[in-house]
Design a protein around this ligand. Structure first.
Ligand code: BTN
Length: 273
C-alpha cells in the first residue's frame, strides 16, 4: 500500500535528469509498466547485444527476485525496480564486490534525501541496505561470464519508496522512504539519481576495485561489532576487507574472511540503530 499519490515513471524526466547529472549510464532506457523481473529483461538484452549502461525499469514486477529463492515484493505505483547492464573490464573472480558498491550507491542516494539527524542507511553484507535494522533496499548482481571474463553484469536494485504497509511476512523487517520521512521525490528523479550514482561507483570499481570504498563500507557496516553466524562461522563482525570478504572474529580471536553466505544476526540486540 502506497503512502503517496505517485505519478508513473516518466522516461523524459529520467533522461533529462540523467543528462543534468552527467550520468555515465542510463542509455538506452527501457521502462515497462509490468514485467516479470527487470534483471531478466536486462540479461536477455545483454544476450542480444545491448550496450554498457543500458537501464531497465518497471513499475511492477510479477516475479521480482532476491538472492537465493527470495521473492522481491514489487507492487505497482510505489517503489523502484531497476536493473543496470554493465560490461566492465573486470575479471570474473573480482566482480562479486560490485554488489557492495551498488549498495553504497543506494545508501548515498538515500542519504541525500533523509532529514539531517535521521538514522543513516547502512550496508548489511553482502547486498542489503538497512535503516534502523529494517531493509530499505536489496541488490541482486548477476554476471554472465565468458571464460574467466565478465561479458556482462546486471545490477538489480529494489528500493522501497512509497510503501507504508508491507505484507505480514515483511512488516517487521522492511521499511521505505515514506516510512522514514524522506523528502518526497518523484520516482523518476530518484531513479535518475540512483542510476547516476550507480554509474559513478561502477566506474570507480572498474578502475580501482573495492579499496577506495572500504572506509565508507566500514562507516556504514551494519554487522560490525555484532554477534553473527555465516557459512558455519560464528563470531563478531569485524568489517569488510578490500576484496569484499566479510571478516568474522571467532571466540578464539581468529579472523575468518567469508566470501559468500547468508548472515544470521545472533546478537540479541539485532542490527537496529
Ligand atoms: C535481495 O535483497 O535479495 C535482492 C533484491 C533485488 C530486487 C531487485 S528489484 C529489480 C531487480 N529485478 C529483480 O527481479 N530483482 C532485482
Amino acid at each position: 500500500m502506497s503512502g503517496a499519490s505517485e505519478e508513473g515513471l516518466d522516461p523524459r524526466s529520467i533522461a533529462r535528469e540523467l543528462d543534468d547529472l552527467g550520468a555515465l549510464v542510463g542509455w538506452p532506457l527501457s521502462i515497462a509498466l509490468e514485467t516479470a523481473s527487470t534483471n531478466d529483461d536486462a540479461r536477455r538484452a545483454a544476450t542480444a547485444g545491448a550496450p554498457h549502461g543500458a537501464a531497465f525499469l518497471a513499475d511492477s514486477q510479477t516475479r521480482g527476485r532476491g538472492r537465493g529463492s527470495h521473492v522481491w515484493h514489487s507492487p505497482p505505483g510505489e517503489n523502484l525496480y531497476l536493473s543496470l547492464l554493465l560490461r566492465p573490464a573486470v575479471a570474473a573472480s573480482r566482480i562479486a564486490p560490485l554488489a557492495l558498491c551498488a549498495g553504497l550507491a543506494v545508501a548515498r542516494t538515500v542519504d541525500a534525501i533523509l532529514a539531517p539527524g535521521a538514522p543513516r542507511p547502512r550496508i548489511k553484507w553482502p547486498n542489503d541496505v538497512l535503516v534502523e535494522g529494517r531493509k530499505l533496499a536489496g541488490v541482486l548482481v548477476e554476471a554472465q561470464l565468458r571464460g574467466r571474463e565478465v561479458s556482462s553484469v546486471v545490477v538489480g536494485v529494489g528500493l522501497n519508496v512509497a510503501t507504508v504497509r508491507f505484507p505480514a511476512d515483511l512488516a517487521t523487517r522492511a521499511t521505505s522512504l515514506a516510512l522514514l520521512g524522506a523528502a518526497s521525490l518523484s520516482r523518476s528523479v530518484l531513479a535518475a539519481r540512483l542510476l547516476a550514482e550507480l554509474g559513478r561507483v561502477a566506474a570507480a570499481f572498474q578502475a580501482d576495485g573495492l579499496g577506495p570504498f572500504v572506509a565508507e563500507l566500514t562507516a556504514r557496516d551494519a554487522l560490525r561489532g555484532r554477534a553473527i553466524e555465516v557459512g558455519g562461522v560464528r563470531g563478531v563482525g569485524e568489517g569488510i576487507d578490500a576484496d569484499g570478504f566479510l571478516l568474522v572474529r571467532d571466540p578464539a580471536g581468529v579472523v575468518h574472511p567469508v566470501g559468500s553466505g547468508e548472515v544470521r544476526v545472533v546478537d540479541p540486540s539485532g542490527i537496529g540503530p
